[in-house]
Design a protein around this ligand. Structure first.
Ligand code: P6P
Length: 338
């Protein structure tokens, strides 16, 4: 039987043999993985908590103006508590927190910045559909002044690690440190993440698109053209039929694309023209775009590579078109013809 490789062993090998990651980053990623295990346990409880059920809303809103679910707050607290004392981080940023969280003085400060969406797709929590944690790691800029929000405003190409943990039929952690994409599934009997796939590759072509079709009347022309052509099927200009999926949980849609190809789009639309898009650049689009590129796919905002976008705000939003390279390039090309 082939020997099971744990996340710990994979990271030690990335540190020792590939020279890809220093020990501080390896240790940080181990802590994030342990936090995801704890979140997975909380998610799996569902309504079993009785009157202390972790389902339902927390009666508050986050900085995005979105109603917070109890699990959004629980997951955020788990990630903060797990990561603040280890000495790897200078600060953290979360979809669920207005400002950055600077590591308290009582703990040693490290050289990394951790950003996360603690529980992406939380509208699916109460109906038992896959959700997930998305994380991104940046290095502190090289200077000796204290950490502030400006230190986080780095383009996605500066990431040193990125990944997500999807809480679905399996709890699977997907990670890149710049040496391709590896997938690890949680072995609950062992209590550890076990390598199931490394060097994940996405086919450059696909017949499957993911978009929220209910927004069709609000889309810009290039997106409408692309989807209309997909819907025209083999009698249309594409000469092939397409399938559609939309989980309304980015982690689940991106995981499917990493597993079998596809294109995911959450484009700008005219409902709120001043907003670049719905999804957040720093802790959703950037980590997912790096994973997709590391697996041979592409990710743009319709006009430029997402990883080259220079952020101006921590909770900046962005239009997202990512997945199978040839399809992303086609949609981006339609935008260029505007
Ligand atoms: P809609 C979840 O709230 C999320 O941020 C992404 O995970 C998901 O792809 C998208 O929003 C779903 O948006 O408008 O379809 O509910």
């Amino acid at each position: 039987m082939s020997q099971k490789i744990s996340l710990t062993r994979y990271l030690v090998e990335q540190q020792r043999m590939e020279g890809h990651i220093p020990s501080q980053l390896r240790l940080l990623l181990e802590v994030v993985a342990r936090a995801c295990k704890r979140i997975s346990q909380a998610v799996n409880k569902g309504a079993l908590g009785g009157e202390n059920s972790i389902l339902g809303t927390a009666g508050s809103e986050n900085v995005q103006g979105e109603v917070q679910k109890k699990l959004d707050i629980i997951a955020n607290e788990v990630l903060i508590e797990a990561n603040e004392w280890g000495g790897h981080l200078a600060a953290m940023a979360s979809e669920e927190m207005d400002g950055i969280y600077v590591v308290p003085n009582r703990y040693p400060q490290g050289e990394y910045l951790l950003l996360f969406d603690p529980l992406d797709g939380s509208s699916n929590i109460d109906v038992n559909v896959s959700i997930g944690t998305i994380f991104s790691v940046l290095k502190m800029p090289e200077d000796d002044r204290g950490v502030d929000e400006g230190d986080f405003l780095q383009p996605g190409r500066q990431q040193v690690a990125a990944g997500y943990c999807v809480y679905g039929p399996q709890t699977t952690l997907v990670l890149t440190v710049g040496d391709g994409v590896a997938m690890f599934t949680l072995d609950r009997e062992q209590g550890s993440f076990v390598l199931i796939e490394e060097n994940v590759r996405i086919s450059p072509d696909t017949q499957e698109f993911a978009i929220n079709m209910s927004n069709m009347r609000h889309w810009d022309e290039p997106v409408r053209r692309y989807i209309d052509e997909c819907l025209a099927g083999q009698e249309g200009p594409r000469g092939k039929n397409f399938n559609m999926r939309w989980v309304a949980s980015m982690v689940a849609d991106v995981h499917r694309i990493l597993c079998r190809g596809g294109i995911f789009m959450y484009p700008w639309d005219k409902r709120e023209p001043d907003k670049a898009g719905k999804l957040r650049l720093m802790y959703e689009a950037n980590p997912m775009s790096w994973l997709i590129e590391q697996a041979g796919g592409a990710a743009t905002n319709g006009h430029q590579r997402i990883l080259d976008i220079q952020p101006t705000k921590l909770h900046e939003r962005v239009s997202v078109i990512l997945g199978s390279k040839n399809e992303v390039e086609r949609v981006t090309g339609y935008h260029a013809k505007l």
